[in-house]
Design a protein around this ligand. Sequence first.
Ligand code: SF4
Ligand code: SF4
Length: 496
Amino acid sequence: MAVSFGTLKGAGLERLSPFRYGRIRDQVLVTNEAGGFVLLSQEEFAALVEGTLAEDNPRYQELQSKHFFRSDAATASLARDYARKNAFLFSGPYLHIVIVTLRCNEVCVYCHASRRDVSEDSFDMKPELARQVVDTIFESPSPVINIEFQGGEPLVNWETVRFLIDYSVEKNRTARKKLEFSLVTNLSLMDDEKLAFLMANNVQICTSIDGPKEVHDHNRKLLRGSSYDQAVQWLRRADQAYREKGLDPDLYHVEALLTVTRKTLEHPREVVDEYIRLGRKAIFLRPLNPFGFALKTFQSIGYTSQDFLRFYFEAMDYMIDLNRRGVEILERTAAILLTKMLTPVDPNYLDLRSPCGAGIGQVAYNYDGTVFTCDEGRMLYQQGDDMFQIGTIPESRFQDLIGDPTVKALAVASCLDNIPGCVDCVFKPYCGVCPVYNYAQQGGIFGQMPTNDRCHIYHSILEYLFGRIAEGDKQVLDILTKWTIVRDRSVFFSHD
Ligand code: SF4
Ligand code: SF4
């Protein structure tokens, strides 16, 4: 879609600030560095580059208001917008993923090599190490700290989760940061006591719901009983517990995530209906994460990026139609991209920014004290590749971790200005690459975008979203704009 910037010639070009362009349906999309965009007819685009676009043309006004025309004032405004969009560069790592155990009581078809049986308690993080991990986390300069408990299944090592929360809250009495906890759990080991503790500490609970019961139980197997029944039962009770605290259920509820397997591809509408039936207003349609699979596993549950996109677009069309009929449901990837496209802020989603969050937005702490740029880097370590390890607790201080050359290499490799294909892509202001993905799939942290499936997926989703905007249907535009509204959920930061 993107045409090389160098091929463009026209008398009007010297009046224009740098921009990228590409075709969306029968229109031409132009984007600038701060994420401003305008859709032009082909005639308007030709007139723009020739310098003949009339000043009373509404597109001229729109281009001017978004600083596409060169002037001192426009450059200053563009610089301010750019700084606001990239504010994440100045805050340091806020997401700290703590792998409290590798043990898990479920067996999922897409699980990574790191899962251990519940009987193997040598794969738990011990309390003394947990204390040292929290001490390290609080050395981050970020004023916001989100500690996310992951596994395995974190509830298998409940005592360490409890300790990490208690000790972090105590430490924060002097640190005074915005401290937030999230627990990523399959919910099957939840009980009333644990739930009460999580509620008392304002923990955001996240779980997996892979669609209707048949699909969920196919993907996620419990030794005894249905993983779906367990997850849904506790999802409802946790939602109720948030309500009993007097919290707005639209803002405070269990977040559910969906991993798309080959089985899910057959059910794009059913998974959306299931989320609505469970009272969710958002669904996160995530493609399979390819790290750490045996090739054999991927061959049985994997699919092509084209297959995923067919599923994704059918689900998206369906969700937009449901919204037209008054049903509130949004898709998270689309909401993240639309926020970048339609608002002046960046949602700081760590896998979709330039540079990405590896080591500079997030850090992952393994049960054994090894530390990684991100959880995906940790997954490769569990397969025997320590490429993304940046230190070990307690030997490494926070400065050592983020000063590690691996962090610098990943920042360079995920900076879109350095990547052939991305640097002149019309979607560059909204996109991001993943060096761990590139390394695992293409053999090097600098990906080859023409054959990169992750690029193919984001490129196609962005093309779809701009295509829906280009249709000019006001109701669709209102729906997509509504998906960008970020509402205050500050109770999750409250621990006094
Ligand atoms: S990764 Fe994103 S910015 Fe880079 S070429 Fe692909 S769609 Fe464009
Ligand atoms: S390397 Fe990939 S997974 Fe890790 S933070 Fe960057 S984008 Fe995310």
